[in-house]
Ligand binder design. Structure first.
Ligand code: SF4
Length: 387
C-alpha cells in the first residue's frame, strides 16, 4: 500500500476519532424509553429480538415509521393492541421539536428544530418555482469548526455532531409539516423531492452519523429517496470524499469559492490542510460522478475578491475534464458580514466564460433571504440571541 494511502487512511481515522468527541447524546429518554428513529435495520432488529418479538416485527415497524410516518404505535393497524401498548411502554418514535417555523415571501421555509438536550439546528425547504417539488437542506452539526469567512454558521462554534436520528428527524419533521406521508387511500405528491446536505456543519466531519442517516432515507421500504436525489456538500475533507463516494454514491457538491490557494486559505481555512490540487484530485476519483451526475462546484461570488474574468478562466482550467457544473451564488449578507455580492455585470461575464467552456453555470437566485434562510445565512437562533 503506497505512503499516500497510509497517510490518507491514518488521516481518515483521525477525523473519525475527532468526530467521536462531538458525538450526540444517546437516544434514550429520561424515562428509559428508547427512540426507534435513527436505528439502522440491524439495530432495529436487535431491539425487536431483545424485546422478545420475531424478526418480521422489525420489518413492520420499519414500514410504519419510515413509509407511513406514524408517530404512535396505536396507529399500526396490523399490530395487535396489547403489543402496541407494550411497544409504547418501551419505545418512542421521535421527532425534533419545532422551535420556530418561518415562511419567506418566496415560499422558502425555515425550521429551527430543537433536540432533547436543547441544542438546535436550522433546516430549510426550498420549493421549486416551476414544479411541485423542492429541496430540503439538512444540517449535520450544531455549529461548525471550519469558520469559512462568508458563512454565518462559521461564526458559531461547534457544539456537537448530530446523530443519525437528528439528521433523519429533520427530514421527517419537514414531511410532517407538509403532510407528505402516504394516506391510506394512496400515495401523496413528493414535494420534498431532494435532499441537499448543505445546512449547518461539515457533513464529512460527522461522516458516520450522516452515512447512517442517508442509508435510512435511501432504504427502498421506507422513505425510499434515491441516491440520485441526494447531494452531499463538502468544503473539501479530502480523505472522506472517497469513502462517501464508495459507500453512499450520492451526488457531490464542493464548496470551492476561490481558484488560488492564497485566497481559498483565507475564505475556506480547511484549504490549508487540503489545498485545491488535492481537492480537485479527489473530485477526479469520485466514483459516482458522470455526465448524468455532475459534480457541483459551489462558488460564492464576492465583489472584487474572486469574481474577475481571470478567476473564471482559472476555474475552467482547474476543472477541465471533470463532469461538472458551477453554481454561481451571489453572496448573501448576514448580520456582521463584511462582503458584498458581485455586480450583475461581473456575474454575467463570469458565467459566460464558464458556459463557453462547456459547463453549466447558473447564477443562483437567493431564496429565503428575508428570513436568513439563503446559502451561508444559517445560524441557530440560540446563538443569534447570544450575539
Ligand atoms: S460553509 Fe459549511 S463548512 Fe464552511 S463554515 Fe459554513 S457550514 Fe461550516
Amino acid at each position: 500500500m503506497s505512503v499516500t494511502l497510509d497517510l490518507t487512511a491514518a488521516e481518515r481515522e483521525r477525523i473519525l476519532a475527532k468526530a467521536a468527541h462531538f458525538s450526540p447524546p444517546p437516544h434514550i429518554l429520561p424515562d428509559g424509553r428508547r427512540d426507534l428513529v435513527g436505528l439502522s435495520r440491524e439495530e432495529l432488529l436487535a431491539e425487536v429480538e431483545a424485546f422478545g418479538e420475531k424478526p418480521f416485527r422489525a420489518k413492520q415497524l420499519w414500514h410504519w415509521i419510515y413509509h407511513q410516518g406514524v408517530r404512535e404505535f396505536s396507529a399500526m393497524s396490523n399490530i395487535a393492541k396489547p403489543l402496541q401498548e407494550k411497544l409504547a411502554e418501551r419505545f418512542v418514535i421521535g421527532r425534533p421539536d419545532v422551535a420556530t417555523d418561518q415562511l419567506s415571501k418566496d415560499e422558502t421555509r425555515k425550521f429551527l428544530f430543537r433536540f432533547r438536550d436543547h441544542e438546535a439546528v436550522e433546516t430549510v425547504y426550498i420549493p421549486d418555482r416551476q414544479e411541485d417539488r423542492g429541496a430540503v437542506c439538512l444540517s449535520s452539526q450544531v455549529g461548525c469548526t471550519l469558520s469559512c469567512r462568508f458563512c454565518h454558521t462559521g461564526t458559531q462554534r461547534l457544539a456537537r455532531n448530530l446523530s443519525a436520528a437528528e439528521i433523519v428527524g429533520q427530514f421527517m419533521a419537514a414531511r410532517d409539516a407538509y403532510g407528505e406521508w402516504p394516506s391510506p387511500k394512496g400515495e401523496t405528491p413528493r414535494l420534498l423531492s431532494t435532499i441537499v446536505l448543505m445546512g449547518m456543519g461539515e457533513p464529512l466531519y460527522n461522516y458516520e452519523n450522516v452515512a447512517k442517516a442517508m442509508k435510512i432515507i435511501m432504504d427502498g421500504e421506507g422513505i425510499a429517496l434515491s441516491r440520485r436525489r441526494i447531494t452531499l456538500s463538502t468544503s473539501g475533507v479530502v480523505p472522506m470524499m472517497d469513502r462517501a463516494g464508495d459507500e453512499l454514491g450520492v451526488n457531490l457538491a464542493v464548496s470551492l469559492h476561490a481558484v488560488t490557494d492564497e485566497l481559498r486559505d483565507e475564505l475556506v481555512p480547511l484549504n490549508r490542510k487540503y489545498p485545491i490540487k488535492e481537492l480537485i484530485a479527489a473530485c477526479r476519483r469520485y466514483p459516482s460522478a458522470s455526465n448524468a451526475r455532475r459534480i457541483t462546484f459551489e462558488y460564492i461570488m464576492l465583489k472584487g475578491l474572486n469574481d474577475s474574468e481571470a478567476d473564471a478562466r482559472e476555474l475552467v482550467r482547474l476543472i477541465a475534464g471533470l463532469p461538472a457544473k458551477v453554481n454561481l451564488i451571489p453572496f448573501n449578507p448576514w448580520p456582521g458580514s463584511n462582503y458584498e455580492p458581485s455586480t450583475p455585470e461581473a456575474l454575467r461575464k463570469f458565467a459566460a466564460i464558464v458556459m463557453q467552456a462547456g459547463y453549466a453555470s447558473p447564477i443562483r437566485t437567493p431564496r429565503g433571504q428575508d428570513i436568513l434562510a439563503a446559502c451561508g445565512q444559517l445560524k441557530s437562533a440560540v446563538e443569534q440571541a447570544a450575539g
